[in-house]
Design a binder for this molecule. Sequence first.
Ligand code: PLP
Length: 389
Amino acid sequence: MKLSVPHIDKSDIRSINSVLKSGWISTSSKTVNEFEDKISKFCNTKYSIALNSGTSAIHLGLKVLGVDNTTEVIVPSLTFIATVNPILYLGAKPIIFDVDQYHNLKIRDVINFIKNETKFKNNKTINKKTKKVIKVVIVAHMWGRACDFTELKNICKKRNIFILEDAAEALGSYIKIKKYKHCGSMGDIGCLSFNANKIITTGSGGSIVTNNKKFYQRVQYLANQAKNDTFNYIHNECGYNYKMNSISAALGISQLRRLEKKIAQRERIYKRYLFNFKNSKNIKILPYDSKSKINYWMNVISFKKLSFKQTYNLSLSLSKKKIETRRIWRPLNLQLHLKKFQKHNIYNASKLYFNSLCLPSDDNISNTDVDKISNHIKKIHETVVNNKL
Ligand SMILES: Cc1ncc(COP(=O)(O)O)c(C=O)c1O
Protein backbone atom coordinates (compact mmCIF):
# COMPACT_ATOMS: atom_id res chain seq x y z
CA MET A 1 0.00 0.00 0.00
CA LYS A 2 1.73 3.05 -1.39
CA LEU A 3 1.87 6.74 -0.54
CA SER A 4 1.13 7.94 -4.10
CA VAL A 5 2.13 6.30 -7.37
CA PRO A 6 1.45 7.13 -11.04
CA HIS A 7 -1.51 5.50 -12.78
CA ILE A 8 -1.15 5.15 -16.53
CA ASP A 9 -4.18 3.83 -18.38
CA LYS A 10 -5.01 3.00 -22.00
CA SER A 11 -6.16 6.52 -22.80
CA ASP A 12 -2.78 7.87 -21.59
CA ILE A 13 -0.97 5.44 -23.87
CA ARG A 14 -3.24 6.36 -26.81
CA SER A 15 -2.54 10.04 -26.20
CA ILE A 16 1.25 9.50 -26.05
CA ASN A 17 1.20 7.20 -29.09
CA SER A 18 -0.59 9.76 -31.18
CA VAL A 19 2.12 12.34 -30.41
CA LEU A 20 4.88 9.83 -31.10
CA LYS A 21 3.32 8.93 -34.44
CA SER A 22 2.97 12.59 -35.40
CA GLY A 23 6.70 13.20 -34.92
CA TRP A 24 5.95 16.47 -33.04
CA ILE A 25 7.71 15.43 -29.85
CA SER A 26 9.79 18.49 -28.96
CA THR A 27 8.92 21.42 -26.71
CA SER A 28 7.16 23.43 -29.39
CA SER A 29 3.97 21.86 -30.65
CA LYS A 30 0.22 22.28 -30.55
CA THR A 31 0.10 19.56 -27.86
CA VAL A 32 2.17 21.70 -25.48
CA ASN A 33 -0.03 24.71 -26.32
CA GLU A 34 -3.14 22.64 -25.68
CA PHE A 35 -1.85 21.49 -22.29
CA GLU A 36 -1.08 25.10 -21.40
CA ASP A 37 -4.62 26.14 -22.38
CA LYS A 38 -6.13 23.36 -20.33
CA ILE A 39 -4.09 24.21 -17.23
CA SER A 40 -4.89 27.93 -17.39
CA LYS A 41 -8.59 27.13 -17.87
CA PHE A 42 -8.53 24.70 -14.97
CA CYS A 43 -6.77 27.17 -12.66
CA ASN A 44 -8.77 30.09 -14.02
CA THR A 45 -5.68 32.14 -14.84
CA LYS A 46 -5.04 34.13 -17.99
CA TYR A 47 -1.80 32.32 -18.76
CA SER A 48 0.10 29.14 -18.14
CA ILE A 49 3.52 27.94 -19.29
CA ALA A 50 4.31 24.20 -19.33
CA LEU A 51 7.79 23.44 -18.01
CA ASN A 52 9.95 20.38 -17.40
CA SER A 53 9.58 20.38 -13.59
CA GLY A 54 8.05 22.16 -10.64
CA THR A 55 11.57 23.11 -9.57
CA SER A 56 12.24 24.92 -12.86
CA ALA A 57 8.86 26.64 -12.46
CA ILE A 58 9.92 28.00 -9.04
CA HIS A 59 13.34 28.97 -10.41
CA LEU A 60 11.95 30.92 -13.37
CA GLY A 61 9.10 32.31 -11.28
CA LEU A 62 11.53 33.81 -8.79
CA LYS A 63 13.76 35.09 -11.57
CA VAL A 64 11.02 36.99 -13.36
CA LEU A 65 9.86 38.46 -10.04
CA GLY A 66 13.32 40.02 -9.78
CA VAL A 67 15.05 37.78 -7.24
CA ASP A 68 18.81 38.12 -7.49
CA ASN A 69 21.88 38.19 -5.24
CA THR A 70 20.85 41.47 -3.62
CA THR A 71 17.52 40.14 -2.37
CA GLU A 72 15.87 37.86 0.17
CA VAL A 73 12.88 35.53 -0.05
CA ILE A 74 10.59 34.42 2.79
CA VAL A 75 9.85 30.67 2.83
CA PRO A 76 7.98 28.23 5.08
CA SER A 77 10.18 25.76 6.95
CA LEU A 78 8.07 22.68 6.36
CA THR A 79 8.32 22.05 2.64
CA PHE A 80 10.15 19.98 0.06
CA ILE A 81 13.69 21.16 -0.59
CA ALA A 82 12.75 22.30 -4.14
CA THR A 83 10.87 25.25 -2.65
CA VAL A 84 14.08 26.79 -1.37
CA ASN A 85 16.93 25.64 -3.65
CA PRO A 86 15.92 27.92 -6.56
CA ILE A 87 16.43 30.90 -4.21
CA LEU A 88 20.04 29.76 -3.86
CA TYR A 89 20.43 29.20 -7.64
CA LEU A 90 19.76 32.95 -7.97
CA GLY A 91 22.25 33.89 -5.27
CA ALA A 92 19.49 35.21 -3.00
CA LYS A 93 18.97 34.41 0.69
CA PRO A 94 15.99 32.62 2.24
CA ILE A 95 14.42 33.72 5.52
CA ILE A 96 12.75 30.68 7.07
CA PHE A 97 9.42 30.90 8.94
CA ASP A 98 7.31 28.49 10.99
CA VAL A 99 4.15 26.71 9.86
CA ASP A 100 0.60 26.56 11.23
CA GLN A 101 -1.81 23.75 12.15
CA TYR A 102 -2.27 22.87 8.45
CA HIS A 103 1.53 22.72 7.83
CA ASN A 104 1.31 25.97 5.86
CA LEU A 105 3.29 29.20 6.27
CA LYS A 106 2.35 30.98 9.51
CA ILE A 107 0.90 34.04 7.83
CA ARG A 108 0.53 35.99 11.09
CA ASP A 109 4.29 35.65 11.82
CA VAL A 110 5.20 36.94 8.37
CA ILE A 111 2.85 39.92 8.70
CA ASN A 112 4.32 40.82 12.11
CA PHE A 113 7.83 40.45 10.75
CA ILE A 114 7.13 42.76 7.82
CA LYS A 115 5.47 45.30 10.12
CA ASN A 116 8.08 45.25 12.89
CA GLU A 117 11.38 44.02 11.50
CA THR A 118 11.55 45.70 8.11
CA LYS A 119 11.43 49.29 6.87
CA PHE A 120 9.97 50.67 3.66
CA LYS A 121 12.29 52.95 1.73
CA ASN A 122 12.37 53.95 -1.97
CA ASN A 123 9.50 51.57 -2.63
CA LYS A 124 11.50 48.66 -1.23
CA THR A 125 11.03 46.56 1.89
CA ILE A 126 14.36 46.32 3.68
CA ASN A 127 15.16 43.68 6.30
CA LYS A 128 16.43 45.75 9.27
CA LYS A 129 18.80 42.96 10.31
CA THR A 130 20.54 42.26 6.98
CA LYS A 131 19.77 45.52 5.10
CA LYS A 132 18.72 43.40 2.10
CA VAL A 133 15.58 43.89 0.00
CA ILE A 134 12.79 41.39 0.63
CA LYS A 135 11.48 40.68 -2.83
CA VAL A 136 9.19 37.64 -2.59
CA VAL A 137 7.22 35.57 -0.09
CA ILE A 138 6.76 31.94 -1.11
CA VAL A 139 3.47 30.48 0.11
CA ALA A 140 3.38 26.67 -0.25
CA HIS A 141 0.12 24.71 -0.17
CA MET A 142 1.39 21.70 1.72
CA TRP A 143 0.05 18.20 0.97
CA GLY A 144 -2.62 19.90 -1.18
CA ARG A 145 -3.97 21.85 1.80
CA ALA A 146 -4.78 25.35 0.62
CA CYS A 147 -3.22 28.25 2.53
CA ASP A 148 -5.32 31.38 2.98
CA PHE A 149 -2.90 34.30 2.61
CA THR A 150 -5.42 37.06 1.87
CA GLU A 151 -4.24 39.31 4.70
CA LEU A 152 -0.59 38.86 3.75
CA LYS A 153 -1.40 39.71 0.13
CA ASN A 154 -2.69 43.12 1.18
CA ILE A 155 0.42 44.06 3.12
CA CYS A 156 2.74 42.65 0.43
CA LYS A 157 1.01 44.81 -2.17
CA LYS A 158 1.61 47.95 -0.07
CA ARG A 159 5.23 46.93 0.56
CA ASN A 160 6.09 45.98 -3.03
CA ILE A 161 6.74 42.33 -2.17
CA PHE A 162 5.62 39.68 -4.66
CA ILE A 163 3.93 36.41 -3.73
CA LEU A 164 4.92 33.17 -5.43
CA GLU A 165 2.66 30.24 -4.62
CA ASP A 166 4.29 26.85 -4.55
CA ALA A 167 1.22 24.85 -5.54
CA ALA A 168 3.31 21.84 -6.60
CA GLU A 169 1.14 19.55 -4.48
CA ALA A 170 -2.12 21.44 -4.90
CA LEU A 171 -3.59 20.90 -8.37
CA GLY A 172 -7.33 20.75 -7.68
CA SER A 173 -7.18 22.67 -4.37
CA TYR A 174 -9.03 25.96 -3.80
CA ILE A 175 -9.44 28.60 -1.16
CA LYS A 176 -12.67 30.54 -0.71
CA ILE A 177 -12.16 34.29 -0.90
CA LYS A 178 -15.70 35.38 -1.80
CA LYS A 179 -15.62 32.55 -4.36
CA TYR A 180 -13.30 29.55 -4.69
CA LYS A 181 -9.93 30.39 -6.22
CA HIS A 182 -7.46 27.77 -7.40
CA CYS A 183 -4.16 27.51 -5.52
CA GLY A 184 -1.52 29.26 -7.59
CA SER A 185 -3.97 31.79 -9.03
CA MET A 186 -4.04 34.25 -6.13
CA GLY A 187 -0.41 35.37 -5.92
CA ASP A 188 1.73 36.96 -8.64
CA ILE A 189 2.96 33.61 -9.92
CA GLY A 190 1.84 30.05 -9.14
CA CYS A 191 3.95 26.93 -9.65
CA LEU A 192 2.60 23.41 -10.19
CA SER A 193 4.33 20.03 -10.37
CA PHE A 194 3.36 16.94 -12.36
CA ASN A 195 6.07 14.69 -10.98
CA ALA A 196 5.30 10.96 -10.85
CA ASN A 197 4.06 11.07 -7.24
CA LYS A 198 1.65 13.97 -7.79
CA ILE A 199 -2.12 13.77 -8.22
CA ILE A 200 -1.67 13.80 -12.01
CA THR A 201 1.64 13.23 -13.74
CA THR A 202 3.49 14.05 -16.93
CA GLY A 203 6.44 11.84 -15.88
CA SER A 204 8.24 14.92 -14.74
CA GLY A 205 6.92 18.37 -15.39
CA GLY A 206 5.55 21.58 -14.01
CA SER A 207 3.69 24.74 -14.93
CA ILE A 208 3.69 28.39 -14.12
CA VAL A 209 0.27 30.03 -13.92
CA THR A 210 -0.20 33.79 -13.79
CA ASN A 211 -2.55 36.61 -14.68
CA ASN A 212 0.33 38.96 -15.49
CA LYS A 213 1.12 39.26 -19.19
CA LYS A 214 4.65 40.59 -18.65
CA PHE A 215 5.57 37.69 -16.36
CA TYR A 216 4.02 35.25 -18.82
CA GLN A 217 5.98 36.61 -21.78
CA ARG A 218 9.22 36.70 -19.84
CA VAL A 219 8.86 33.13 -18.57
CA GLN A 220 8.11 31.87 -22.11
CA TYR A 221 11.20 33.71 -23.40
CA LEU A 222 13.59 32.53 -20.67
CA ALA A 223 12.27 28.95 -20.61
CA ASN A 224 12.93 28.57 -24.32
CA GLN A 225 16.64 29.60 -24.47
CA ALA A 226 15.92 33.37 -24.57
CA LYS A 227 15.57 33.43 -28.34
CA ASN A 228 15.40 36.95 -29.76
CA ASP A 229 15.72 35.88 -33.37
CA THR A 230 15.18 32.21 -34.14
CA PHE A 231 16.50 32.27 -37.71
CA ASN A 232 19.71 34.11 -36.89
CA TYR A 233 20.23 32.47 -33.49
CA ILE A 234 20.31 35.68 -31.54
CA HIS A 235 20.01 35.41 -27.75
CA ASN A 236 20.29 38.67 -25.83
CA GLU A 237 20.22 37.03 -22.41
CA CYS A 238 21.12 33.84 -20.67
CA GLY A 239 18.12 31.51 -21.15
CA TYR A 240 17.14 28.02 -20.03
CA ASN A 241 15.95 24.81 -21.64
CA TYR A 242 13.00 24.46 -19.28
CA LYS A 243 9.94 23.88 -21.49
CA MET A 244 7.86 20.71 -21.27
CA ASN A 245 8.12 18.32 -24.22
CA SER A 246 5.10 17.16 -26.24
CA ILE A 247 5.14 13.56 -24.97
CA SER A 248 4.78 14.77 -21.39
CA ALA A 249 2.12 17.28 -22.45
CA ALA A 250 0.13 14.51 -24.18
CA LEU A 251 0.21 12.50 -20.96
CA GLY A 252 -0.81 15.59 -18.98
CA ILE A 253 -3.82 16.28 -21.23
CA SER A 254 -5.04 12.74 -20.81
CA GLN A 255 -4.37 12.62 -17.04
CA LEU A 256 -6.15 15.92 -16.49
CA ARG A 257 -9.39 14.32 -17.72
CA ARG A 258 -9.31 12.01 -14.68
CA LEU A 259 -8.37 14.61 -12.07
CA GLU A 260 -11.84 15.04 -10.56
CA LYS A 261 -12.21 11.27 -10.25
CA LYS A 262 -8.84 10.99 -8.54
CA ILE A 263 -9.74 13.75 -6.08
CA ALA A 264 -12.98 11.93 -5.23
CA GLN A 265 -11.04 8.72 -4.53
CA ARG A 266 -8.58 10.52 -2.29
CA GLU A 267 -11.35 12.34 -0.47
CA ARG A 268 -12.89 8.96 0.33
CA ILE A 269 -9.54 7.76 1.74
CA TYR A 270 -9.07 10.92 3.85
CA LYS A 271 -12.57 10.66 5.31
CA ARG A 272 -12.04 7.01 6.18
CA TYR A 273 -8.75 7.77 8.00
CA LEU A 274 -10.45 10.64 9.78
CA PHE A 275 -13.30 8.39 10.91
CA ASN A 276 -10.95 5.62 12.03
CA PHE A 277 -8.92 7.93 14.27
CA LYS A 278 -11.69 10.24 15.45
CA ASN A 279 -11.62 8.80 18.97
CA SER A 280 -7.83 8.62 19.35
CA LYS A 281 -6.57 11.16 21.83
CA ASN A 282 -2.92 10.85 20.82
CA ILE A 283 -3.21 10.26 17.12
CA LYS A 284 -4.35 12.92 14.69
CA ILE A 285 -5.01 13.09 10.95
CA LEU A 286 -3.95 16.43 9.46
CA PRO A 287 -7.08 18.55 8.87
CA TYR A 288 -7.55 21.36 6.37
CA ASP A 289 -8.84 24.91 6.47
CA SER A 290 -12.66 24.88 6.41
CA LYS A 291 -12.56 27.80 3.94
CA SER A 292 -10.93 25.51 1.38
CA LYS A 293 -11.72 22.69 -1.02
CA ILE A 294 -8.69 20.43 -1.38
CA ASN A 295 -7.31 17.65 -3.59
CA TYR A 296 -6.54 15.32 -0.62
CA TRP A 297 -3.21 14.51 -2.27
CA MET A 298 -1.48 13.21 0.86
CA ASN A 299 -2.68 12.14 4.29
CA VAL A 300 -0.47 12.93 7.24
CA ILE A 301 -0.76 11.43 10.71
CA SER A 302 0.88 12.71 13.89
CA PHE A 303 1.49 10.96 17.20
CA LYS A 304 1.39 13.16 20.27
CA LYS A 305 3.33 10.80 22.50
CA LEU A 306 6.00 9.42 20.17
CA SER A 307 9.63 10.48 19.95
CA PHE A 308 11.64 10.74 16.72
CA LYS A 309 12.98 7.20 17.19
CA GLN A 310 9.62 5.72 18.15
CA THR A 311 7.99 7.25 15.07
CA TYR A 312 10.72 5.63 12.99
CA ASN A 313 10.15 2.25 14.70
CA LEU A 314 6.44 2.49 14.00
CA SER A 315 7.13 3.22 10.33
CA LEU A 316 9.52 0.25 10.17
CA SER A 317 6.91 -2.12 11.64
CA LEU A 318 4.35 -0.88 9.12
CA SER A 319 6.74 -1.44 6.23
CA LYS A 320 7.07 -5.10 7.32
CA LYS A 321 3.33 -5.29 6.71
CA LYS A 322 3.85 -3.74 3.25
CA ILE A 323 2.42 -0.41 4.37
CA GLU A 324 4.54 2.43 3.02
CA THR A 325 4.92 5.47 5.26
CA ARG A 326 7.48 8.25 5.23
CA ARG A 327 8.43 11.12 7.43
CA ILE A 328 7.03 14.49 6.41
CA TRP A 329 9.48 16.93 4.75
CA ARG A 330 12.49 17.68 6.92
CA PRO A 331 12.12 21.35 7.89
CA LEU A 332 14.44 23.68 6.04
CA ASN A 333 15.87 25.04 9.28
CA LEU A 334 17.28 21.55 9.96
CA GLN A 335 18.96 21.15 6.56
CA LEU A 336 22.73 21.48 6.67
CA HIS A 337 23.17 23.80 3.67
CA LEU A 338 20.50 26.17 5.05
CA LYS A 339 21.77 26.44 8.62
CA LYS A 340 23.44 29.79 8.02
CA PHE A 341 20.27 31.61 6.91
CA GLN A 342 17.94 33.76 9.01
CA LYS A 343 15.18 31.89 10.82
CA HIS A 344 12.11 33.22 12.54
CA ASN A 345 10.78 31.48 15.70
CA ILE A 346 10.46 28.01 14.27
CA TYR A 347 8.72 25.76 16.74
CA ASN A 348 5.87 23.80 15.11
CA ALA A 349 7.77 22.59 12.05
CA SER A 350 10.54 20.82 13.97
CA LYS A 351 8.08 19.31 16.43
CA LEU A 352 5.82 18.03 13.65
CA TYR A 353 8.76 16.52 11.81
CA PHE A 354 9.66 14.37 14.81
CA ASN A 355 6.32 12.64 15.20
CA SER A 356 4.44 12.77 11.89
CA LEU A 357 4.26 10.37 8.97
CA CYS A 358 2.80 10.46 5.47
CA LEU A 359 0.27 7.65 5.01
CA PRO A 360 -0.68 5.58 1.98
CA SER A 361 -2.94 7.96 0.04
CA ASP A 362 -2.91 6.50 -3.45
CA ASP A 363 -6.15 6.55 -5.52
CA ASN A 364 -6.56 2.79 -5.58
CA ILE A 365 -6.44 2.17 -1.82
CA SER A 366 -9.72 0.56 -0.81
CA ASN A 367 -11.67 1.27 2.37
CA THR A 368 -10.66 -2.19 3.59
CA ASP A 369 -7.00 -1.21 3.06
CA VAL A 370 -7.50 2.02 5.01
CA ASP A 371 -9.10 0.07 7.85
CA LYS A 372 -6.22 -2.41 7.83
CA ILE A 373 -3.63 0.36 7.88
CA SER A 374 -5.48 2.20 10.67
CA ASN A 375 -5.78 -0.93 12.81
CA HIS A 376 -2.09 -1.75 12.38
CA ILE A 377 -1.18 1.79 13.32
CA LYS A 378 -3.32 1.67 16.47
CA LYS A 379 -1.83 -1.65 17.54
CA ILE A 380 1.78 -0.77 16.82
CA HIS A 381 1.33 2.65 18.41
CA GLU A 382 0.13 1.00 21.59
CA THR A 383 3.19 -1.28 21.65
CA VAL A 384 5.55 1.60 20.95
CA VAL A 385 4.00 3.80 23.64
CA ASN A 386 4.35 0.97 26.12
CA ASN A 387 8.03 0.90 25.27
CA LYS A 388 7.92 -2.52 23.80
CA LEU A 389 9.28 -1.36 20.48
C1 PLP B 1 6.20 21.56 -2.30
C2 PLP B 1 6.97 21.17 -3.52
N1 PLP B 1 7.63 22.13 -4.18
C3 PLP B 1 8.32 21.85 -5.31
C4 PLP B 1 8.36 20.57 -5.83
C5 PLP B 1 9.21 20.33 -7.02
O1 PLP B 1 8.53 19.80 -8.11
P1 PLP B 1 9.30 18.87 -9.15
O2 PLP B 1 9.59 17.57 -8.47
O3 PLP B 1 8.32 18.73 -10.26
O4 PLP B 1 10.53 19.57 -9.56
C6 PLP B 1 7.66 19.55 -5.16
C7 PLP B 1 7.60 18.17 -5.62
O5 PLP B 1 8.30 17.40 -6.00
C8 PLP B 1 6.97 19.84 -3.97
O6 PLP B 1 6.33 18.89 -3.29
